[in-house]
Design a protein around this ligand. Sequence first.
Ligand SMILES: CSC[C@H]1O[C@H](OP(=O)(O)O)[C@H](O)[C@@H]1O
Ligand code: HPA
Length: 246
Amino acid sequence: MTLAIIGGTGLTRLRGLEIARREMVHTPYGEASGPITHGQLYGRPVMFLARHGYGHTIPPHQVNFRANLWALQQAGAERVLAVAAVGGIAEDLHPGRLAFPDQIIDYTHGRDHTFFDRDLAEVVHVDFTHPYDADLRARLQAAADAAGIDARPNGCYGATQGPRLETAAEIRRMARDGCDMVGMTGMPEAGLARELELPYATCAVTANWAAGLHGQAEVSMADIEENLRTGIDRVRALLGSLIPAL
Ligand SMILES: CSC[C@H]1O[C@H](OP(=O)(O)O)[C@H](O)[C@@H]1O
Ligand code: HPA
């Protein structure tokens, strides 16, 4: 099963990927964030797409999620691993730690969030009780354990609209709602993957404490960049454990 990796903030290329070709897929939903890179990583076929573009120029609310997911499936992806930077809300989601969320709450608005809104013979409602693929999550956890990487095996991802960060009150509300982490791209990405029946899981990389937590006066972009360097190194190590075992 060919794995597609969607790289988020801090992961715009896959180190070690032996590139075979780049493919620009034109979709009925417009252009994806960029070409899909096909290649071999650890001896397995892998494709890669940078969610915000290869130069990180597309803000979260303007990502064409429909085109991205559609393009990956057209290009042959059979499962999708999303890498996503998040702010930690739960006490144990400290900067640098990885997590494999098992639930999601959608606080986004105005995004093109479904494939089922045109040329329908009938109205379609997909099941989304468990938004992330259990098998891929289990493989991620096994890979983390095998590589000695400390990762939270679950958690609820709260997807906000961005591009601004949240207020302290918004984060307190999200904590009351049960969110363990906050990011800006988890939805509609996860929902669209489900509509296409693409198994989908997220490796979240904690970049910062979410707004207002642990006495921080403001969220510092410099801290985020530094924490992401450590976090993304862990993601690369995780991929080195995950992919050969696929
Ligand atoms: C302050 S960084 C915010 C930026 O990082 C995350 O991107 P991604 O999910 O693609 O890794 C977050 O969603 C925001 O877009
Ligand atoms: O604190 C955050 N909020 C939303 N998205 C994020 N992505 C990284 N950190 C954050």
